[in-house]
Design a binder for this molecule. Structure first.
Ligand code: PBG
Length: 346
């Protein structure tokens, strides 16, 4: 006998309404009014937990829009400092600087020169004495002519140990210029330990390291690579960034960075990595940041531009989910917008 052939009781046999019991627990009681909903809200965003990435290029008075990231521009150092002041005014917690140098070479020399583009910008931000944290992205891919995150070995792979020296030089230079925190994002083995030793040796032991501890080789970095002109000239980053399929490996990466002396942990990308944020929050007691990357931002902005979703609500929901998962710090291109909305909602 097949399932379809089984006989079922006729409708008239059952009093459905009488069979339905009223629930003993009514969670809707606490959703009745905006005041009740506000009272029981579990996850609250605050501007001070947001970090705004800034792209810095040469020149002055320049704001060059990035087409795939509406509302984000490549800024000259003076404009970047003005933007940092505006963000501080909004109560945003920090800025994360990426440099777009005029010249690139095989070693990414521009990353660690004293008059480099981010170094100049840190100097300007420091001079303003703003109440926000100045963070440096410590990587070489924006500065190398081949677009990889470290110098190349003879076989074309990235030379891990040569990269460590370049990353350490870069971090020292960024810290000397005024960065409060350095954030190594190259995914080289041993990068946190190398940077910690170099900073300490340079008398910069008070400078904190925000380790991009869990960083996947993600398609969601696409718009960033256009913005930073940092797409690899050949190959991809899968030889050093993690396979997005791997979560246990992410925990190993994080544990290593903790052991090497990381002060803060970063999980990236954010929404595709909510499980990792939650797992990291449960296992480690360091502050956890999550990076809502360029592609996560671009897809929401693109859909909102088309009227396919409410951009403000969708962005707020995405960032709230990232915090609900366990991030105490969110790096987001929407930092200024979110801070503005949070003021309006107050
Ligand atoms: C540098 C770096 C990248 C991002 C942050 N730091 C690019 C990459 O790894 O390819 C991506 C950020 C974003 O997409 O918003 N290594």
């Amino acid at each position: 006998m097949t399932l379809a052939m089984r006989t079922r009781p006729a409708e008239a046999d059952v009093d459905v309404a009488a069979a339905v019991e009223p629930p003993g627990v009514r969670l809707r009681r606490l959703r009745r009014s905006p005041a009740l909903r506000a009272l029981v809200q579990e996850t609250r965003l605050h501007p001070s937990m947001l970090v705004a990435p800034l792209f810095v290029r040469a020149g002055s008075g320049a704001r060059e829009p990035i087409p795939s990231m509406p509302g984000v521009a490549r800024l000259s150092p003076d404009e970047a400092a003005a933007e940092a002041a505006r963000l501080a005014e909004l109560g945003v917690g920090g800025v994360l600087l990426f440099g777009l140098p005029e010249a690139k070479d095989a070693l990414g020399s521009g990353a660690s020169i004293d008059d480099g583009i981010v170094q100049e910008t840190f100097g300007r931000i420091r001079a303003l004495d703003l109440p926000l944290v100045a963070i440096a992205d410590t990587c070489l891919c924006e500065y190398t002519d081949h677009g990889h995150c470290g110098p190349l070995a003879a076989d074309g792979s990235v030379d891990n140990d040569a990269a460590l020296v370049r990353l350490a030089e870069t971090a020292v230079s960024q810290a000397r210029a005024g960065a409060d925190v350095v954030a190594p994002s190259a995914m080289m083995d041993g990068q946190v330990a190398a940077i910690r030793s170099a900073l300490d040796a340079a008398g910069l032991s008070e400078i904190a390291i925000m380790a991009y501890a869990s960083k996947h080789a993600s398609a969601f970095y696409g718009p960033f690579r256009e913005a930073a002109d940092s797409a690899p000239a050949f190959g991809d980053r899968r030889g050093y960034q993690m396979d997005p399929a791997n979560g246990r490996e992410a925990m190993r990466e994080i544990a290593l960075d903790v052991a090497e002396g990381a002060d803060l942990l970063l999980v990236k990308p954010a929404l595709p990595g909510l499980d990792l944020i939650a797992a990291a929050r449960a296992r480690f007691d360091l502050p956890i940041a999550a990076y809502q990357v360029s592609g996560e931002y671009a897809m929401l902005m693109a859909a909102a531009e088309r009227g396919w979703l409410d951009g403000r609500r969708a962005m707020t929901e995405a960032v709230t989910a990232i915090v609900r998962a366990g991030a105490g710090i969110v790096i987001t291109y929407a930092a200024a917008d979110l801070a503005t909305w949070l003021r309006e909602d107050r």
